[in-house]
Write a protein that binds this ligand. Sequence first.
Ligand code: ATP
Ligand code: MG
Length: 394
Amino acid sequence: MKAVFLVKYGEIAIKGKNRYLFENRLVDTIRNNLKELGRFTTKKEQGRIMVEPLEEGLIDEHIVIDKLSRIFGIVGIAYGLKEEEISMEAVKRLAYAQMKKECSDKAVTFKVETRRADKRFPLDSREINAQIGEYLLDEFEGQIKVDVHHPEVRIMVELRNSTYVYATTYKGSGGMPYGSNGRATLLLSGGIDSPVAGWMVAKRGVEIDAIYFHSPPYTSERAKDKVVDLAKKVAAYTGSMKVHVIPFTEIQMTIYEKCPHIQLTLIMRRIMMRIAEKVAKMNGSMALITGESIGQVASQTMQSLVVTDSATTMPVFRPLIGFDKEEIVQISKKIDTYETSILPYEDCCTVFVPKHPEIKPRLDIIERSEEILADTLEQMIENAIGQMEIIQII
Ligand code: ATP
Ligand code: MG
């Protein structure tokens, strides 16, 4: 009898010819993520990935489950028991051990559910459920009761290349294996929204790196550290991340001096897009990601978003576009970025916010203002990229 984590994955099972690539990617990701926790064997087995600890007793199952539940592509995790032998005797031994754990301190209702990947087994699922149910009722007389509709404990039997029995299942992150869907660059500020936006796109299998516009001394070192901390929180899901820190003070001061203040945020946002596009191309990214949602602030009205968008020819993904703030906050709490995001350090946008920002900007008017910068802008952008700092997380 051995402990085993059964990993269930969803959508990748229906990816046709690409299926093996996706599965292998997921197996690799699991191996990488568990490396620091101990020694495991990780193998595909008929629509599941089986993770077996090699040194039993040394691992804390909850830590392993927490790690696995963050890996994109995994829909569920079960922690159970395994025997090589495929027989009713083996099922009984494992079911007994599981049930003993489940009803050690209380009476429970239960149900047995069987999946038979190996159809050569002489009994069908219903017969197995009935026999194991009866066996358990005998063994734990008075302590357990059958409830087929709302059982407190499900004893799950899986007959594959070996016999598996488990009782408790945990939810995974869902999504697609990380790195299976190209690469994009996240404009990461210190706020609540952009880390959530990055997480959502990463969840679909897109590898992400981040870019942060830093304006010392108007934004402090602590504001930068906060962004790095947020990147680390997102990297708890992705495994690693590169953060590009772009010095933005010169550009911001110049816009502040030369352009109408009512347009500051928009012009700044457009220049961020242009720089992000260049950095993205250097990294093989195919798209940009921001945390904008329609109407949340002046720079996110429909008109403003259109004007921002036209600064780049790259697709800009805004996964939060239709979300209310409260919905975004909920996700940020779930992925553990919230507490960091609400720390008070200023980001560069709040330092230079105009008192009365334009809420219905016109592209032609904004472009006319930008012409004032024309002669120096390209050079400033080159300088900023030349002086960027790259921070590799993990
Ligand atoms: P967030 O909560 O992500 O900071 P926000 O609601 O504060 O968003 P804005 O400040 O208007 O919104 O920024 C909109 C988007 O622009 C952000 O979600 C982020 O993607 C990008 N952004 C803003 N400031 C920066 C910055 N200093 N560095 C990198 N990206 C930024
Ligand atoms: Mg912000």
